[in-house]
Design a protein around this ligand. Structure first.
Ligand code: MIC
Ligand code: SF4
Length: 636
């Protein structure tokens, strides 16, 4: 039987288990990436593992998220990360060099290898035929220490792309169409593999846009074949030697197949407040827009920025719109600066922002109250922009530029311009001087805000307490552990950041949890979707949360809960969700025995019995019994 691209890469990296759908397996990790918002904890955890240097082929530490320097906090983290990277054999991409996923794609990702990153958009590397997976910082620290990555073998969905995109319809519209059809839960437990004649019409950065937003589908990862376009991209990046061809066998077997006819697509927008509320731009009439922001790891490649410059050329933006543009990397910024496109963009009235995550993670550029913001980024969860009542629309760079000109959400075809004919460059401007090489003689510098990573004690047979919060479906990690310029600088200080857990939904949550010495959270479907931030588990653990009981969990968040010793339990009978109310008392007995015997756990909630289960591998059970991964690693 033939193999898919994902199966080929997985089988070449298999350490334990087999490629049977639903079976546990462990894979060797070739490369890791960390970023500054998750990286400080990941490096503290790596230090706790006691190794003199990393064991991967390549590990890169990026600074791209917390680049505002309102006080010493972020800068202290940068200094810690720079010195720790140098000491432990990790390359360090300095602030200003760009967004981790964009820079990794340009300079480091290699087809056929595995990449584990402490950021949910790590699958961007799938655009190059790399098997790139997002994980919590602790899992990445373990991979840096040479340990394999454990996962459950996902199903593999084939998305067959036919034909080619019409003018002014772009890669972003392809992934928005996939989100429209599959929803934010459609990719859970799945790898998405792209195939078909349409793939050949897409360059690597366009493929990366699509793979990037596979995270919004909840997919484990997304992957494209490595073909002639991949070779051309790597050669233009001066990395031709990194290329190898990887394509699916003709008789490869997929679990599901979906077809997207590219020629039928139209410009689309994800509407507030979820990436899967997708509509045709043409159907959203007369939407006046206050802000347009172009950038993020989804859409800030050289092609994206050149397209924006093409649309803005000789024009002025609408006076009611604030247009910001953040190039994804210093490479793209240098190139548009050198060829005059930057001048065009500035002349049109754009505000040029740093090559960093910036607005995408609420580090500045919060919209006005009740404002409408049109962005090329990947997440429009309520409040993530920094303004709770703003409405965020996610669109392509073409739509964003057209909107900035008219002041209304605009289908770029309405501008009646000649099609923009972009050919991928033969040579990108390559200069890695902002990536620092390691030096083991470096002394690590730790600022006063960097506090050790708290640990949980071993699991006990009986857990009891109050249901502190009951949520609905699709709760995001931004809901659980908000980000933004005020809270993100506290990522290295769990006791301090813990006071913001659920701050947007339930501001008294943290205090209540501490006063009651912890308790339980009840969630709906897809609890913990979105980011890989382990603080969404670590901070609740610090507050004493013992278990989360939900209808279903998002993959990375579930793994993070296990790593920090919080039980991720699901209802045997989902209708029991309705029986639990906030404030009710809950008790569970014989937990360790149930975990060991793979038996269900009975929770008693106000005299009612509710059967709970946990879908866990044998290793996950051991980690939970040990009280989390750090305790488990110390035992083994
Ligand atoms: C995000 O887009 O939400 C982030 C910020 O990049 C996160 C990582 C983090 O919270 O540090 C992600 O996607 O994993
Ligand atoms: Fe940065 Fe936004 Fe990409 Fe997250 S989604 S890595 S915050 S640009």
């Amino acid at each position: 039987m033939g193999l898919t691209v994902a199966e080929k890469i997985l089988s070449a990296h298999l350490v334990k288990g087999e490629l049977k759908r639903g079976a546990p397996l462990a894979i060797r990790i070739d490369q890791t990436l960390t970023q500054d918002a998750t990286g400080t904890m990941a490096f503290l955890q790596f230090e706790a593992l006691g190794l003199p240097r990393v064991k991967t082929d390549l590990s890169v530490s990026y600074v791209d998220h917390n680049t505002l320097q309102n006080d010493f906090l972020n800068m202290d983290d940068h200094r810690y990360l720079q010195t720790a990277a140098a000491k432990y054999g990790v390359k360090f991409s300095r602030p200003g060099n760009g967004i981790c996923h964009q820079v990794h794609l340009e300079r480091f990702g290699r087809p056929g290898t595995t990449l584990l990153g402490s950021d949910s958009h790590t699958p961007t590397g799938g655009g190059l035929g790399q098997l790139a997976i997002g994980a919590g910082g602790l899992d990445v620290a373990c991979a840096m220490a040479g340990q394999p990555f454990y996962l459950v073998m996902p199903q593999i969905i084939k998305i067959n792309l036919t034909d080619r995109l019409p003018d002014f319809v772009s890669a972003k519209d392809i992934i928005l169409e996939a989100l429209r059809r599959l929803s934010v839960r459609g990719g859970i437990g799945k790898i998405i593999e792209y195939a078909g004649a349409g793939v050949k019409t897409l360059s690597v950065p366009e493929r990366a846009t699509i793979a990037n937003m596979g995270a919004e589908l909840g997919a484990t990862t997304s992957v494209f074949p490595s073909d002639a376009a991949t070779k051309q991209f790597l050669q233009a990046q001066n990395r031709g030697a990194d290329w190898q061809e990887i394509t699916a066998d003709a008789d490869a077997v997929y679990d599901t197949e979906i077809r997207i006819d590219l020629n039928t697509l139209e410009p689309l927008a994800a509407c507030p407040h979820m990436p899967d509320i997708v509509k045709k731009i043409a159907e959203i009439k007369n939407l006046r827009v206050d802000q347009v922001l172009i950038g993020s790891c989804t859409n800030s490649s050289y092609k994206d920025l050149m397209t924006v410059a093409y649309l803005l050329k000789g024009q002025k933006i609408n006076p009611n719109v604030s247009l910001g543009l953040a190039p994804g990397s210093r490479q793209t910024l240098e190139m548009i600066a050198a060829n005059g496109a930057l001048e065009t963009i500035v002349a049109a009235g754009a505000r040029i922002l740093e090559s960093a995550c910036g607005f995408c993670i609420g580090m500045g550029q919060a919209p006005s109250s009740g404002g409408v913001s049109v962005r090329t980024s990947n997440r429009n969860f309520q409040g993530r922009s920094g303004t709770q009542d703003a409405g965020i629309y996610l669109v392509s760079p073409e739509t964003a530029a057209a909107t900035a000109l008219t002041g209304y959400l605009t289908d770029p075809r309405a501008l009646k311009l000649k099609p923009c004919r972009f050919t991928p460059p033969h040579k990108f401007q390559t200069d890695d001087s902002m990536v620092l090489e390691p030096n083991p003689a470096t002394e690590i510098i730790r600022g006063p805000n960097i506090k050790p990573c708290p640990r949980r004690g071993v699991l006990t047979e009986i857990l009891n307490g109050e249901i502190l919060l009951k949520t609905g479906d699709n709760i995001t990690t931004d809901d659980i552990m908000p980000a933004g310029s005020k809270i993100l600088p506290l990522r290295s200080n769990v006791p301090a950041i813990a006071s913001y857990v659920f701050a947007g939904i339930d501001p008294s949550f943290a205090k209540r949890a501490l006063d009651k010495k912890g308790g339980f959270i009840v969630g709906g479907e897809n609890y913990g979707q979105g980011s890989s931030r382990e603080h969404a588990a670590l901070a609740p653990m610090y507050l004493g949360i013992k278990a989360v009981i939900a209808k279903s969990f998002a993959r990375i968040h579930k793994a993070n809960l296990i790593n920090f010793g919080i039980l991720p339990l699901t209802f045997v009978n989902p209708a029991d969700y309705a029986k639990i109310t906030r404030g009710a008392k809950l008790e569970m007995a014989n937990i360790i025995s149930a975990l060991k015997q793979r038996a269900n756990i009975t929770a008693v909630v106000e005299n009612q019995k509710i059967e709970l289960t946990c879908e866990l591998s044998a290793r996950d059970r051991k980690i939970l019994i040990a009280g989390g991964m750090l305790n488990f690693a110390a035992q083994t």
